[in-house]
Design a protein around this ligand. Structure first.
Ligand code: CA
Length: 442
């Protein structure tokens, strides 16, 4: 099961890759997230400290302690596939876990100098912009699973009745757009769209005036399901490969005018940024928490969304931080300013429930599909995961250390998201960064 602790989680493990032993690194030997890089021959790899372990090169060293037949089976994926999708088509479940265990073994300090030298030749020092989207993402779905976010947004529009009656029964979501998902570091052009902020006049087509970010976590589907079948809640996590950070950029003024009756459309589809590293469910095992504790008079999840294991371990304790750096701050060498801190364990629905619900009507999920949680906000004001909530729809501007204020994002603002897991008795692991800078509209 994905909650199990094994020797790869041992907090005492150290690597001969020195940068992986930095207490502040997101990528110690206990993490080993997957990524895809742009380099000519190099496809997929595992991040370790400041380096990437080229799995294709590693498979040719003869050092992987895997049966020859399996290695040959994996060979095509290991050598040629530049993204991770093919692996799930050809490899049995557990291959990623085996490769992670092997990488963990080969990267430990107690290896011989001969092995260190051979494996060392498989390490690539990547530049920040070398990473690409780790999967070919066929479909992208975005949920709305933070009850605090839903309550905040709802109360701006319906102060007396912020949560709609379906919220505690249905994990609410919508189908997003996969083609505009971009990797961290990609500039985001301010969208244009229909604005009807003057209720007395017809709408006008102008650059978005209320550009926002949303702090979310996404998960990648490993193995999917056949069309017409569903995924039992007890099996859900076997279909989830790993997690990344997601910034679901949002145009609030466009959204306010267009969203009824069918939900968000152009307000959400101009760009979505993801972090480059897929932190595996296995690496996250030490950081599992119980599912959200519902209020006593809340309804229990319907039976197809209820599972004892999910209730005990379905949550994940991931600290999430959002920073902003404006152009003025950059020019004056002012560090990025922390806007909010929230935690994924505060979601009302677990990722297993999101996945099971998604497939419950027979919708086929496919390898590489990205499913995001929705904005993750907490109970406190400092835990609000979007500018819409922080500035309360622009009515309470956010003050920045440069003396500037923000109601929404201005051109050249950069948003930087970070995520990490900490628990006593385990090594801290992290997600790297999810960043994007706003360019002016055309
Ligand atoms: Ca969203």
């Amino acid at each position: 099961m994905t909650y199990e602790i094994n020797e790869t989680h041992d907090p005492n493990l150290k690597s001969w890759v020195e940068s992986a032993n930095d207490p502040n690194t997101d990528f110690p030997i206990q993490n080993l997230p997957w990524c895809a890089i742009r380099h000519s021959n190099l496809g997929t790899g595992m991040r370790i400290g400041e380096s990437v372990l080229d799995i294709s090169a590693l498979s040719e060293t003869g050092l992987l302690d895997l049966p020859q037949a399996e290695l040959e089976h994996y060979h095509r994926f290991l050598t040629y596939d530049s993204q991770l999708n093919l692996a799930f088509e050809i490899a049995p479940i557990g291959m990623f876990s085996q490769l992670r265990a092997e990488a963990s073994r080969l990267l430990r300090t107690d290896q011989s100098s001969d092995i260190k030298e051979k494996v060392g030749r498989c390490l690539v020092p990547p530049a920040a912009n070398d990473f690409k989207i780790p999967f070919e993402i066929g479909d992208y779905t975005d949920f709305y699973c933070s009850i605090y976010h839903a309550t905040n947004v709802g109360s701006m529009f319906r102060p007396d009745n912020p949560l709609l009656p379906n919220y505690k029964y249905v994990p609410i979501g919508y189908h997003g757009r996969a083609s505009s998902i971009v990797i961290s570091g990609t500039d985001i052009k301010r969208p244009k769209g229909q604005n009807r902020s003057d209720a007395e006049a017809p709408p006008i087509f102008i650059p978005c005036k209320s550009l926002d970010y949303e702090m979310e976590v996404g998960f990648f589907v490993g193995q999917g399901n056949e069309l017409g079948t569903s995924i039992p809640i007890g099996e859900a996590e076997k279909h989830i490969f790993g997690l990344c950070l997601v910034n679901d950029w949002s145009a609030r003024d466009i959204q306010a005018w267009e969203y009824q009756p069918l939900g968000p459309f152009l307000a959400k589809n101009f760009a979505t940024t993801i972090s480059p590293f897929v932190v595996t469910m296995e690496a996250l095992a030490p950081f599992r928490t119980p599912a959200f504790e519902r209020e006593v008079d809340d309804p229990a999840p319907l039976p197809y969304l209820a599972d004892e294991q999910n209730e005990k371990f379905g949550g994940i304790d991931i600290n999430l931080e959002v920073f902003i750096q404006t152009e003025k701050m950059r020019n004056e060498h002012i560090e990025p300013h922390l806007l909010s801190r929230s935690n994924m364990k505060d979601l009302y629905w677990t990722i297993a429930q999101m996945l099971t619900h998604h497939a419950s009507g027979g919708c086929n999920l496919q390898t590489g599909d990205l499913i995001a949680t929705g904005t993750i906000s907490g109970k406190e004001k400092s835990e609000r995961g979007s500018m819409l909530e922080l500035s309360w729809r622009g009515t309470e501007p956010v003050e920045l250390p440069s003396g500037e204020t923000r109601r929404f994002l201005e051109d050249h603002d950069e948003i930087i998201m970070k995520g990490y897991c900490e628990r006593e008795g385990f090594r801290r692991i992290g997600f790297g960064e999810c960043r994007g800078r706003i360019l002016p509209a055309d």
